[in-house]
Design a protein around this ligand. Structure first.
Ligand SMILES: Nc1ncnc2c1ncn2[C@@H]1O[C@H](COP(=O)(O)OP(=O)(O)OP(=O)(O)O)[C@@H](O)[C@H]1O
Length: 446
């Protein structure tokens, strides 16, 4: 709903810019609130019945209803469209809650979304089932992914971080309790680091331990050091850290079994271990070997990652893996690990095979959309999970310094986790607020 701040923004922008034409191109949010929303709302109200009828989204009335219409109301018996329960304008579009009559299902509306989009002259129409028998029609008035602004009220809580904006104007939330393990793929400069920065910025304020594995010499993760419980930057240290995480997982399982529960969240709060999010950047670095002697290390790393991905959810250890490609070319264990990482975010890719690696097993319909992401829209991705649902998303642009500042601000939230102490990065007390990082991971390999 438009509010006071929106009205002020509206007036200010229009006064300075000199007209609606300018607003339409340069300030689509303003144009939508002033012109698009009232026009679309009116068009929707006046054409709803006829549009649903021509789009094949009506059913024959029940016998009783037909009888009453014919004999009591003495009017023509009309086909019945879904009942409109609520219409709500937002700063990006129009939301309509519909109650489906018997005989219609959400898939019928999904199949007609392109027709509805044209009929009401909006940028996009998506359909979301809100509860059995009810759907929400989410219309956007303009391309909300062109200039991303997260919805008001989207904030991190529990173990969920609103990390990007969906095409329908709602927040894409990375919720670790719903989707514990995830994989982010994308070509160079497609926006993977910015996605991770948004994630870190949101996670930093939550009661979680953050672990960084960044074999690109820590170029990204060293900025987050003040908030990290552990940071490793070489494959050897990664192998040691992953062994410790597997040990932590096992002792947490002992705790669950001692209390007769099968999930950490069933433990009383005072006994519950702190959740751990393990962020792995450039995963291929952990798989590659340059000599025979690296083979044993690779085996150790891959086995540990697979064990964590398969079991650690129940004890609150979550994996967030990132890479350019993640297929069988990485060797033994790669596809097995990938199958466990059920949350997928695929940015622009260089070839269709990479999109398939990321999406074909969970949401095959999304492969084409990921292959079409243009280079001039960095940060755009297709997000999917094993439910089969997918959405086009784009992150808000977040600089390294912003993520770094959030990690400093919430450095006091680094939880006590003795098992990880020897991997804790050393942050000099006088490390600069911005600029190149002075953070050094400690040498941990024995
Ligand atoms: N959501 C976004 N909005 C605007 N610009 C973005 C967005 N995401 C990324 N960019 C820009 O795109 C460029 C590449 O982004 P980023 O560094 O995140 O890519 P990457 O996939 O991590 O690349 P690499 O694999 O080379 O590290 C950067 O200049 C960044 O500022």
């Amino acid at each position: 709903m438009t509010d006071v701040s929106m009205v002020l923004e509206t007036t200010g922008v229009l006064a300075g810019a000199g007209g609606l034409g300018y607003a339409k191109v340069r300030a689509p949010r303003v144009y939508w609130s002033l012109v698009g929303l009232p026009v679309t709302w009116g068009r929707f109200t006046f054409t709803y019945r006829s549009t649903m009828d021509v789009c094949g989204l009506t059913v024959q009335p029940s016998r009783m209803r037909a009888f009453l219409a014919r004999n009591v109301a003495r009017r023509e018996v009309l086909p019945v469209p879904p009942k409109v329960r609520r219409v709500r304008g937002t700063s990006t579009g129009l939301r309509v809650t519909l109650r489906l009559p018997a005989g219609l299902e959400p898939a019928d509306l999904m199949a007609a979304s392109e027709r509805l989009r044209h009929a009401w002259g909006v940028h996009s129409v998506t359909i979301a089932e809100t509860k059995p028998g009810y759907v929400e029609l989410r219309m956007t008035g303009y391309d909300v992914l062109r200039q991303v602004r997260m919805p008001r009220g989207a904030r991190s809580e529990g173990l969920a971080v609103p990390v990007a904006l969906r095409e329908d104007g709602t927040a894409f939330v990375r919720d670790y309790r719903q989707v514990p393990m995830a994989l982010t793929l994308g070509a160079n400069s497609s926006g993977k680091s910015v996605y991770q920065r948004n994630l870190i910025k949101g996670l930093a304020r939550l009661p979680v331990a953050l672990v960084g594995i960044d074999c690109k010499r820590g170029v990204e993760h060293s900025a987050y050091a003040p908030r990290l419980s552990a940071l490793v930057t070489t494959p050897d240290d990664s192998a040691a850290l992953l062994d410790v995480l597997v040990g932590e997982m096992e002792s947490r399982f002992d705790l669950l079994s001692a209390h007769g529960v099968s999930d950490m969240w069933d433990l009383p709060e005072r006994l519950r271990p702190v959740p751990v999010v393990v962020l792995v950047d450039e995963v291929a670095e952990l798989f590659l070997i340059s000599s025979k002697k690296d083979e044993e290390r690779r085996e150790r790393i891959v086995t540990a990652l697979i064990r964590l991905a398969q079991m650690a959810r129940a004890v609150g250890i979550y994996l967030e893996v990132c890479g350019q490609r993640f297929g069988s070319e990485l060797g033994k264990g790669a596809t097995m690990l990938r199958a466990q990482l059920t949350g997928r975010v695929v940015h622009r890719v260089n070839d269709k095979q990479t999109a398939e690696m990321g999406l074909a097993d969970v949401a095959p319909d999304a492969v084409a959309a990921a292959s079409l992401i243009p280079a001039e829209r960095p940060g755009t991705a297709v997000a999917a999970d094993s439910s089969g649902g997918w959405a086009k998303i784009r992150t808000p642009h977040t600089s390294r310094d912003e993520a770094k500042a959030a990690c400093r601000e919430f450095a006091h939230l680094v939880p006590d986790l003795p098992a990880l102490d020897r991997f804790r990065p050393h942050v000099p007390a006088d490390a600069p607020e911005t600029g190149p990082s002075l953070v050094k991971p400690r040498p941990v390999t024995e």
